[in-house]
Design a protein around this ligand. Structure first.
Ligand SMILES: *Cc1c(COP(=O)(O)O)cnc(C)c1O
Length: 422
């Protein structure tokens, strides 16, 4: 499509968009009494209006039923983890037996590594992208130390080529191949939180398996943002959080994917809890852990129902909108954003976009590397009602979310940004 640099054109794109009605389903934050331009759905997704009633349902059932709510609540709490499976499965491209909502992201990362990172004398290396999110770095480092391995030997962090900001797929595959004799695990952030690069999950998985390792992904910035096919690619495991693009609320329930090929492999080591035990025998409280089939067998604790209720309300919107439709709008929205930014006179002097410029290699986020006055420009954005994200020393991350952001907002952002720069 040929874009035009005008408010009229932006509004026209909004009018023509089949998902435009979803914005009304969300509470939009205000700055000084005016609806903010909220481009931080990559950090905390907005609240669907339906969340309140969904949580109220559980509060009412708790009030009326007490412990009996486990069985007699409208959505019986005992089976709560099952209610989100279909929607979660669709988001990652999986079967329901492969996905479950549980815990928090970093906890799930450790749980998955307890299973899929089993270093031996010969195979002990973890390969990841350089500059991974801090929590992931700490998880990798501590897992290595936990197994008595020096992180400087065991952790391979892949950096972009000199002068480049993102990794090339062929370089990733080559590095994985180069470490094939010592490789235990490949783990990448599916969408890199800083650069916004959407890695080629299929190729990375292929390379990791060819090199004899397991392959997992952190979907924190991918879940609800891009469409995925984890099952088809044969990815071993993945983890995500619920509060970013999934709009499940602050500290909202996270989740995990374990491929069906591992569903009944009970020889895999794992850390266990009663919620992972065969549900028919769970309340017999007997000795001897007998895991559920599939990822359910990795559950530890009983389900956080209030947090899950918020997530169910949000997932209903994803089911209605469809991740493929969301992605389609997202590609157009971010392409338009990029077009407007690069139409600014003399833009190269002020900033460069470090996110890949090919839609298939990114999600909705653009990371703008400021070459001068970065912090000042960012403060101007804030002053003018934009909620965006500043990363030291010089990057502004903006994420127009297809579920609730508009082409008009993208246009207005660029106007504010252009004026702030000059
Ligand atoms: C947001 C994010 C986290 C946060 O971890 P929590 O356990 O949810 O606090 C971790 N890793 C990545 C890649 C993230 O983007």
């Amino acid at each position: 499509m040929k874009f035009e640099n005008s408010l009229t054109f932006a509004r026209q794109l909004d009018r023509q968009n089949s998902l435009k009605s979803f914005r009304k389903q969300f509470h939009l934050p205000k700055v000084k009494g005016k609806t903010a331009i909220y481009f931080t759905g990559n950090s905390l997704g907005l609240q669907p209006k339906s969340v309140k009633n969904s949580i109220a349902q559980e509060l009412n059932d708790w009030a009326a039923l007490g412990v009996e709510g486990h069985t007699y609540a409208k959505r019986p709490w005992l089976y709560y983890h099952k209610f989100s499976k279909k929607a979660l499965a669709r988001l990652v491209g999986a079967k329901p037996i492969e996905v479950v909502g549980m815990n928090q992201l970093t906890v799930n990362l450790h749980l998955m590594m307890a299973t899929f990172y089993q270093p031996t004398k010969k195979r002990f290396k973890i390969i990841t992208e350089a500059g991974a999110f801090s929590s992931d770095q700490y998880a990798f480092e501590s897992q290595l130390k936990f197994h008595g391995i020096d992180p400087s030997e065991g952790l391979i962090e892949l950096k972009p080529r000199a002068g480049e900001f993102t990794l090339r797929t062929e370089d990733i595959s080559q590095s994985i191949h180069d470490h094939r004799n010592e490789l235990a695990l490949v783990i990448f952030g599916a969408v890199q939180y800083y650069s916004g690069q959407f890695f080629n999950l299929k190729e990375i998985t292929k390379a990791g398996h060819a090199a004899g390792g397991y392959v997992g992904f952190d979907l924190a910035h991918a879940m609800g943002n891009v469409s995925m096919s984890l099952h088809a690619h044969g990815v071993d495991f993945a983890v995500w959080c619920g509060y970013k693009y999934l709009n499940s609320g602050p500290g909202g329930i996270a989740g995990a994917f374990v491929h069906e090929k591992h569903a009944t492999n009970f020889a895999l080591p794992r850390l266990a809890g009663w919620w992972g035990h065969d549900e028919k025998a769970r309340f017999q409280m007997k000795k001897g852990f007998n895991p559920m089939h599939g990822v359910d067998g990795w559950q530890l604790s009983n389900f956080p129902v209030l947090s899950g209720a918020a997530q169910l309300a949000s997932l209903e919107l994803f089911e209605k909108a469809g991740i493929k439709n969301l992605r389609k709008k997202s590609v157009q929205l971010t392409n338009y954003f990029e077009y407007l930014l690069t139409s600014i006179d003399g833009h190269a002097e002020y900033f460069s976009i470090i996110t890949p410029n090919n839609a298939k290699d990114r999600g909705c986020q653009l990371s703008i590397l400021m070459k001068k006055n970065g912090r000042k420009v960012f403060n101007q954005l804030t002053k003018n009602g934009v909620i965006a994200d500043w990363r030291e020393p010089d990057v502004i991350r903006v994420a127009p979310v297809p579920m609730y952001n508009t082409f008009e907002e993208v246009f207005i952002f660029c106007e504010i940004f252009r004026k702030a720069m000059k």
